[in-house]
Design a protein around this ligand. Sequence first.
Ligand code: GDP
Length: 390
Amino acid sequence: MQLAMIGVGQAGGKILDTFLEYDDRTRGTTVRAPLAVNTATADLMGLEYVPKRNRILIGQTRVKGHGVGADNELGTEIAQEDIDEIQGALNDVPTHEVDAFLIVAALGGGTGSGVAPVIAKQLKRIYAEPVYGLGILPGSDEGGIYTLNAARSFMTFTREVDNLILFDNDAWRETGESVETGFQTINEELVRRLGLLFGAGEIGKGPTPESVVDSSEIINTLGSGGVSSVGYAVDRVDRSKGKGLLARFGKAESEGIDDVDTTNRITSLVRKATLGRLTLPCELDGVERALVVVAGPPEYLNRKGIERGRRWVEEQTGSMEVRGGDFPLPDEDAVAAVVLLSGLTDVPRVKGLQRVAIEAMRNLDEIREESDANLERLLSEGADDLSPLF
Ligand code: GDP
């Protein structure tokens, strides 16, 4: 599946950069058109893989390339003011060659959080292709402003996109790692999952799968509206053993590989991917749709394993809409399962964010009501004071 990928803000740009590096390394073509958008010059300059002509700086008259800090309302204003500039860059995207848009942004900061929903709205208004979001939720130790930004941005971003895939930094914090190394590691983890998921939809590349996952299956699983999470598990296989010997006797690589082992490996990988660390922890019985992709050397993939894994996900989630397929990768020496869980209805973290957003709105109303009352009091006091003069 080919994507126009738009990285907004610092984290969005870095994840886009990591995706391009992944494509480069795996000879993938998932990111058909990259675009990095930011209000901070330094963040754009720090990118390595996004071509210079595909980086755009917005809000120059307002913040002069210094970014918006954690002020996501300023981010939103700048995006609205500079929407023509953003559209100008989008005009260069070969939309007829992409299956969907993916807007990547951290929801806790200022730029990504404020700008991403504005870009999503613009894309939905102009293009027929689906528009997805990949949102990074802040760690709970990052402070109130990050949570408040994420709560607000989450509400608008989910409204504007066809599906919002979430990654919760809180669930992925590692102790003992510096923040930067930590981010690098989790960005790579995230890209590996999405790279396999979207890469599976790139038909015509490499050997033919036994059960094809085409882009329409990914699009149907993501559906229209809602939130998603992605699971992943991997198992190395020793291909050196059989290969040399079998090749010497002119036998196929699949000979000597136990079919039962292959089936069992696949089903256990699907379970591990679903029950292990998800990009966003969620309850399985709140899953509306799912897609199982199993990738690896063709001789280690089989239809039976995928079908069993798919049925297991059906049983666990109670969903009647679980798709499955394989992604043959002849050069790999590992089998991996990626499980996309979509249309989530029971996500504690999302409920928490919704509560924060509602609370913040109520507080704003209270502050406003209070200041209205204060204003009236001041005016009437002022009028009393002033009356003798008239
Ligand atoms: P912006 O440039 O104003 O949009 O701000 P950032 O993109 O830096 O957003 C801040 C949030 O993103 C915080 O919650 C950080 O924890 C998170 N963050 C920053 N960089 C990364 C990154 O490379 N990866 C991940 N997963 N999160 C990041």
